[in-house]
Design a protein. Structure first.
Length: 78
């Protein structure tokens, strides 16, 4: 798995206004800005991303994913 592949998987399952993925092939970090996060707490946002990745998280294809998740308004305020 490459950063580009992981980024494409997230973008395919979640509308993103901004998406950055970095990592070493097993451990990843992502900054995800999506209107789908409106009204969600952080844990629900993370679960939404995990659901997008599906079996890849469970099969250890993506061993660890650290996320910073924002709504567009939160991102604009940063």
């Amino acid at each position: 798995m490459t950063a580009d592949q992981l980024q494409q998987l997230i973008a395919a399952g979640l509308p993103c206004e901004h998406l950055e993925v970095t990592g070493d092939g097993r451990h990843w970090a992502a900054v995800i800005v999506s209107p789908a996060f409106e009204g969600m707490r952080a844990i629900a946002r993370h679960k939404r991303v995990y659901a997008t990745l599906g079996e890849r998280i469970q099969s250890d294809e993506v061993h660890a994913l650290s996320m910073k998740t924002y709504t567009p308004a939160e991102w604009a305020a940063k």
